[in-house]
Design a protein around this ligand. Structure first.
Ligand SMILES: Nc1ncnc2c1ncn2[C@@H]1O[C@H](COP(=O)(O)OP(=O)(O)OP(=O)(O)O)[C@@H](O)[C@H]1O
Length: 613
């Protein structure tokens, strides 16, 4: 197991104050955005694409806030003009009017929430789509330096944070603004001294919410950190199940889990307790305010300075006035974590695509001559892996790459596919520097069958067709025939339509290998890269694979990376890579006669095989 659990870097922003749930496992480590203004403007540009919906949201939000402001005013009027003078017919009319207003308010707020949800979901859909499209364009080196879990977390949790915030904040902010200013204006119109009384507790509300927000932010961050650790632990324990079982470490893992989970538990309790304080504290302040207005208002009514109706209206407005302030405090946290999430998303979107600046070219089918000329390369500056590698592969030749582990065999083919760019020298295909060819065009001419034969969720047919999307069913089946794979497909319950992947059939390693050979046959590339293709299968499957490989390699320039030298004896040329250079090259018999590194490697493998049986 690696010393650092993968998910450790993926943890989230603070939850929402007032008992809101923290983000799901693996959200964002940095909660504070770096450049909030630019990020907000950018989210805005996405949001603004749904302009009609957004305008509807504004209209309904304003209507909703205005309706909420009318209620308390009418209530006060009803007391003063209908209840106290005992005008019951007027009272009935007031009741009907108030009922209508509250009913309309509910309907408006439902429509507003409905439209806002579709606006924010559409925005989030576009954001996620653009991010995924970017993932497809980024160079392989980007994925070397970013953990899978972290990239998944950007596409899910970070964008969820944006979605949650959009859903609530856009309408809440506008609503709070109108409610605050509207309540204040009406309160001032109703009674200036009582408005002063209502405002006395506002500093308390601001102070208390700021204090609790600040504290709970720290605890939520702590909680998310522990959540990230737990996430990483579970991820490793699940993917490493075979090793855990084989070494009988189940109990030990459970004990470790208990420790990490316990810490999360403690952190969550603290976060919830602190954030849970908001409601009771705000209630206390509001009640204090209520008592103050009622007490002072009562005294004023006794001295005929104010009517009872005005006191009732003031009590209601004071309640409405306090709510947006604590709402704004809640929104602050939510918005902060949404901006931080959006920043992580935009950070990836701003990375340059590996295709940028390339003009689409229509490359004719190449002959397949490959020349490496004094190629120098290192994954990191100052740490060269290849140091002056030169060789030529004629069209149709099979070149085997051998050498000790870590010598640079895979690196050589990584340069041919332009997964990485050479730092010195050049690679030529049919006499043209591959940097002049578009990556798309270049890769169209290359086929790969890798050790880790990758199949996607989908049917067998779809998996083979991955090699050439426009291929007909017949061509797919022909490729399967040539790859020696049609026999096992015929034995599958649904044949070519058998589902593979999480919800479908699981294939053996050899079967997957054969499928990827069929895929490469269908793609019909001029140059082939075969990496350790038969290293972990039984002899019978290996025979099948070897046969399929021979079919595949016919007429194509092929590069075969193999550890077992027995599989590459027929290669036209064998390159022995050592110390970042080609230490020896020639045919199998030439290299044996040379009595050098290859001969030594071959003899030791031969001896091992002989001793083994
Ligand atoms: N993406 C990468 N980033 C940094 N270093 C890398 C990367 N890939 C490989 N290396 C390093 O480059 C060196 C050559 O690796 P390479 O995979 O080419 O060796 P190889 O000859 O194919 O080995 P093996 O036979 O074990 O597959 C190794 O030291 C390896 O640690």
């Amino acid at each position: 197991m690696s010393s650092q659990r993968k998910g450790e870097q993926a943890h989230g922003g603070p939850g929402v104050l007032g008992g809101g749930p923290p983000g799901r496992v693996g959200v964002v480590p940095k909660v504070r955005p770096k450049n909030s203004k630019a990020t907000i403007l950018r989210i805005w540009s996405y949001l603004n694409r749904q302009r009609t919906g957004l305008i509807m949201v504004y209209v309904f939000t304003i209507l909703n806030a205005v309706l909420a402001l009318i209620g308390p005013y009418l209530l006060g009027k009803a007391i003063d003009t209908a209840i106290l003078p005992q005008d019951y017919s007027l009272l009935v009319r007031f009741c009907l009017l108030l009922g209508g207003i509250y009913l309309l308010g509910s309907a408006v707020s439902w429509v507003q929430a409905y439209v806002m949800t579709s606006v924010s979901q559409r925005t989030v859909y576009e954001l996620r789509r653009d991010l995924f499209a970017k993932y497809q364009e980024l160079p392989v080196s980007f994925f070397d330096t970013h953990a899978n879990g972290e990239l998944m977390s950007r596409a899910t949790n970070d964008i969820d944070n944006v979605s949650n915030s959009l859903n609530q904040s856009v309408t809440q902010l506008l609503n709070s603004l109108i409610t605050l200013s509207g309540s204040l204006v009406i309160m001032l119109m109703l009674n200036v001294p009582l408005t002063g009384v209502a405002l006395v507790t506002i500093p308390l509300v601001v102070l208390a919410s700021r204090r609790i927000t600040g504290l709970s932010r720290i605890y939520f961050k702590d909680q998310q950190q522990h959540l990230g650790e737990l996430n990483g632990f579970i991820e490793e324990a699940v993917s490493g199940q075979k090793v855990i079982k084989q070494y009988r470490r189940e109990q030990a893992e459970v004990t470790r889990f208990r420790g990490i989970s316990g810490e999360l538990n403690q952190a969550s309790i603290k976060a919830q307790i602190v954030s849970g304080l908001v409601g009771p504290v705000m209630n206390l302040i509001n009640n204090l305010n209520f008592a103050l207005i009622a007490g002072i208002g009562g005294w004023m009514a006794y001295h005929e300075l104010v009517t009872v109706g005005v006191i009732v209206s003031m009590l209601n407005y004071a309640k409405q006035f306090g709510r947006p302030i604590s709402d704004l405090a809640n929104q602050y946290n939510l918005i902060q974590s949404a901006i931080a999430g959006a920043e992580r998303v935009f950070e990836v979107m701003d990375m340059s695509s590996e295709y940028s600046g390339e003009q689409p070219q229509d490359l004719e089918r190449i002959r397949g001559e490959v020349v490496f000329r004094d190629v120098v390369f290192g994954y990191k500056p100052g740490a060269p892996i290849l140091n002056g590698v030169s060789f030529t592969a004629q069209p149709g030749e099979t070149i085997a790459l051998v050498g000790p582990t870590g010598a640079g065999k895979t690196t050589i083919v990584n340069l041919l596919t332009r997964f990485y760019e050479v730092s010195g020298g050049e690679v030529l295909i049919d006499g043209r520097d591959i940097r002049e060819l578009g990556k798309n065009e270049l890769r169209r001419q290359l086929g790969m069958v890798l050790q880790d034969a990758h199949v996607f969720s989908g049917t067998i047919r779809e998996n083979i067709r991955f090699g050439r999307l426009e291929a007909t069913d017949r061509e797919v089946e022909e490729a399967a025939n040539l790859a020696n794979v049609s026999g096992f497909i015929a034995r599958m319950p649904q044949g070519y339509d058998t589902l593979l992947g999480t919800d479908g059939t699981t294939l053996s390693h050899g079967q997957r290998q054969l499928l990827t050979i069929a895929r490469a046959i269908l793609a019909d590339p001029a140059i082939l890269i075969l990496d350790e293709a038969t290293s972990s299968v039984d002899t019978r499957t290996e025979m099948h694979i070897q046969q399929a490989m021979r079919t595949l390699m016919k007429g194509r320039t092929s590069f075969v990376i193999a550890h077992r030298l027995s599989t590459i004896q027929d290669a036209d040329r064998i390159l022995v890579i050592q110390g970042g250079q080609i230490a020896e090259q020639g045919s199998h018999s030439q290299l044996l006669a040379l009595q050098g590194i290859y001969a030594e490697l071959y003899n030791s493998q031969f001896k091992q095989a002989f001793e083994a049986g």
